[in-house]
Design a protein around this ligand. Sequence first.
Ligand SMILES: *[C@@H]1O[C@H](CO)[C@@H](O)[C@H](O)[C@H]1NC(C)=O
Ligand SMILES: *[C@@H]1O[C@H](CO)[C@@H](O)[C@H](O)[C@H]1NC(C)=O
Ligand SMILES: [Zn+2]
Length: 382
Amino acid sequence: MPSQGKGNRLDASAMMMRLTLPYIVFTLTFICAKNVANAAGDHWCYTEDNCDASTWGGECQTGKQQSPIDFTQKNTIQQNNQVRLRFNRKYSDIQDHFMIKNNGHTIQVQLEDDITSDLVMDGDYFKGSYRFSQLHFHWGSHPDKGSEHVVDGNGYVAELHLVHYSNDYKSLKEAVGTKNRRGLAVLGIFFQLSSEDNPALDPIVEAISKVKRQEDNLVSVQIPLNVSALLPNDLSLWRYYGSLTTPSCNEVVVWTVFKQAVPISRAQWKAFKDSADSGGRSIIDNYRPPQSTINRKVYFFNHVLRERMPDAGELDRNPPLADALYDTAQKSVNSKSSSSDDKNSQNGSNSGRSDVYNSALTGFIFLSIFLQVLITTVLKCR
Ligand SMILES: *[C@@H]1O[C@H](CO)[C@@H](O)[C@H](O)[C@H]1NC(C)=O
Ligand SMILES: *[C@@H]1O[C@H](CO)[C@@H](O)[C@H](O)[C@H]1NC(C)=O
Ligand SMILES: [Zn+2]
């Protein structure tokens, strides 16, 4: 019954177009309006409709390996071999002063005016060493949200980011500007509420009182700070390639997130929640929601050793493992999954089952073309 089949096909695709056209026009208008509003002020935020994470442009929207992510049983590959994180001697020193800034999005701490330092780390599967640049926090309005990364869908009250850039570059800015997917190494640390203060956090909490309201300048404080005391005792970690979690979301970060959460008291949490932006709005829920992990592999290492990194001139008896194994694993996993996807889709399209199936297919093709037009127009109107 070929003619009847053809009729079905046309009916189905015509209906499909009637249904999708208004939807497309609506979406287009909506997205364009949002982007124009966003581009106008170059302003981004977390909790207001006209500037929240869904409106962030550039790589935040078009990227393929964005951060943060949800660590699940399904997307994680457990590695039982031992890996090491190494921190240089200076990393465990007590800094006699530090600088703090409220930039309206977060509270940021740095050791030098030029966001650099003498604190260096490296480790297995990193490529080369990384210099500590700044640390900052993300926090929530409720104990079960605030962290950027989440574990099986569950968030933590806060997350600390220790931002490092590769020693291959002269500055954080230079490393961010490259296309190197491991130009930066960020260590992520979860916080969970505790009845007692976290003493490692006290110096920062004390200094927050000096930057309650957003200011563009750094405030230098003479309070002793031990950066490495902020790390958890158990260094079991997730490792994956991702991005900055704020605009412009550059995909230049090798992420390390520790499984063990460290404590924060309610009073310490309150100090963060009491900070405000230049308009007097409190800075709260300043986290980006989890992003897709499709075609990405996430590794979990449960045997992590903390070591001291040899100083310059000291013999390195046991240098970190190269990243070859990690890269090979990543590649073979990706190519395996994509090639099996290809086979499935080939088989699917060759096994035409019925006219209904064919007309649905035609409709789908029309829809794809419209989506392509939609995407092109959206890119133009941005
Ligand atoms: C800084 O903290 C680390 C980790 O808790 C500790 O090993 C180190 O001894 C501390 N540094 C000093 C100078 O106390
Ligand atoms: C395609 O489908 C047929 C029938 O279902 C099956 O026997 C065959 O193995 C499939 N081929 C591939 C490449 O998946
Ligand atoms: Zn961050």
